[in-house]
Design a protein around this ligand. Structure first.
Ligand SMILES: [Zn+2]
Length: 287
């Protein structure tokens, strides 16, 4: 029997990690899974991403690519875990495609250097492990991302200064499109990426709450993130159908977040999605 919803789904969004740099027992670090056309794309690789990928039924070796929005630690902290999982979890040399802004190649090189001892131990111990980890790194800033189809991936600059460069990604499949903004303030690059797309996955922080906390290091984060209201305004400017909020700072308890939704709803007419890690959103193909 055909599920009438699944049959028309062009892209699926899974919030693998809805957390932030602040440790949280229930929320993994920033990571979002985009699936469509038999392909799987991981956007950012925060704390615990491999556990959440496993829970979502995805093996790291089957990812089409890992797409990194920027080089803040919370978005890349488990890249090494992914590299190792693909390397020792497959019996044929399997490349892991990593795409990110300029600087990602140096990060991956440093991660591989940090794994140097482990790589030597395992290659000496396992006769059938004859190749070092195969990692293919592509640095991009704007335009199409060179990956195999059927999902077409593109990117554009965002504004998360001084974390610069930063990029957002867009996934087009069967007439539907999903944009993952990453961390950014509202900006022309993100607006351009959202034009004609259906769903926007956007990190957000509650600026109204954080502004009341007298800790300078926390107050610093106000100027380079979007609030739920600002994320909603971005989605509204592009007349999108769905806004998916993630990266909840401060985090709300499981089942909560209605205050976040209400703030976004003041600025956006479409559907607002938020929730726990592994929350899934189906994006249908247009009629
Ligand atoms: Zn960031």
């Amino acid at each position: 029997m055909t599920d009438p919803i699944t049959a028309t789904t062009a892209l699926t969004i899974t919030l693998l990690g809805t957390g932030t740099p602040l440790p949280d027992a229930d929320r993994a670090g920033p990571a979002t899974l985009i699936e469509g056309g038999g392909q799987s794309f991981l956007v950012d690789a925060g704390r615990g991403v491999l556990m959440r990928l496993t829970a979502a039924g995805i093996q790291a070796a089957n990812l089409t690519a890992v797409l990194v929005t920027h080089l803040h630690s919370d978005h890349i902290t488990d890249l090494g875990d992914l590299i190792t999982a693909v390397w020792i979890g497959t019996f044929e040399p399997t490349p892991l495609n990593i795409v990110g802004p300029p600087g990602i190649a140096a990060v991956v090189e440093a991660i591989l250097a940090s794994l140097g001892s482990d790589i030597c131990y395992r290659m000496a111990h396992h006769d059938d492990l004859t190749e070092r980890p195969m990692v293919s790194v592509t640095e991009v800033t704007n335009g199409p991302v060179p990956l195999p189809g059927p999902v077409r991936v593109s990117c554009a600059p965002t504004d998360h200064r001084p974390a610069d460069p930063s990029i957002g990604f867009r996934f087009d499949h069967e007439g539907a499109a999903v944009v993952t903004a990453g961390d950014t303030v509202p900006c022309a690059g993100l607006d351009g990426l959202c034009q004609g797309a259906q769903a926007l996955v956007h990190t957000a922080i509650r600026k109204d709450v954080i502004a009341e906390i007298p800790i300078p290091r926390l107050l610093d984060v106000l100027d380079y993130h979007s609030s739920p209201e600002e994320a909603a305004q971005t989605a509204q400017r592009a007349a999108m159908d769905t806004l998916v909020l993630t990266h909840y700072m401060p985090a709300f308890p499981s089942g909560g977040g209605e205050d976040w939704r209400a703030r976004a709803a003041e600025h956006f007419d479409g559907t607002i999605e938020l929730g726990d890690d592994l929350h899934r959103v189906e994006v249908p193909a247009p009629e």
